[in-house]
Design a protein. Sequence first.
Length: 295
Amino acid sequence: MSLPFDLRALRVFLTVADQGGFSAAARALHVAQSAVSQTIATLEKRLELTLFHRHERRISLTPEGEHLRQHARELLERAEATHLAMRELHGLVKGELRIGIPSMLGSYYFPPLLMGFKARHPGIRLTVVEAGARRLQRMIAGGKLDLGVVIDDETSHHLERRRLVREEMVVCVPKEHPFAGRPGVTAEAFFREPLVLFQDGYFHREFVDALSRQTGHAADIAFQSNLIPLTKAIVRQGFGITTFLRRVVDEPALEAVSFDPPAWLDLSLAWARGAYLSRAEQAFVEFVMAHRDAL
């Protein structure tokens, strides 16, 4: 049974629907307006449906057109994924790899891995997106990112994950602070201090909020900043303390002190469950997992 349309016709149809008119669609497709009009007319004839209301100066989708738009977009996305898969059978890879990394990890953990991967695969363009852990999870699930680093907990179990590293969250204080040199700091003592915290949506903030709920102690938030250098400067000057992953506290004026009891986070490389991984993405996952001991 032959189909009443082809992918080219669906692409023209979607462009007209998205652009809101035949002239705009023709400009976007770099073809004559008559060609666009003819393609739509032929598609409507073959489907025996009217897809657009023609007004004097504008067009709009009919209910049948709205229904086709939903299916057409899905079909074209699947066709693109199939085309990519077939190209890769000939040794070609996707030109861009989109990776989401929380700021602490991007600054202090991943640069050597990213540079190492780029040196091995110079033809692959890496785009690194920095955002809060929960936003990254949504971007991965929604297909806006290929891969990302997430906190491995119950909120990320809808994603495919590969464990990277377990890292300690510590209290960050200036060298002259009374906490410096202690074997550990309780949550009660931590929450008695003015705090410098990230904004909502970052795992740094979520860790503190969760600790507050678990212990029943409210946070005294003196500053909010997502900028690690600014947060460190505020702590150095004695205007508050904070919490970081241990290796982030790596300068002479600051000291890392464990919580009592110690607090640990599991970090994983993740992608959308059931998603097709291109050869570039597979190569990145394999590279990171082979070199995770360097983290």
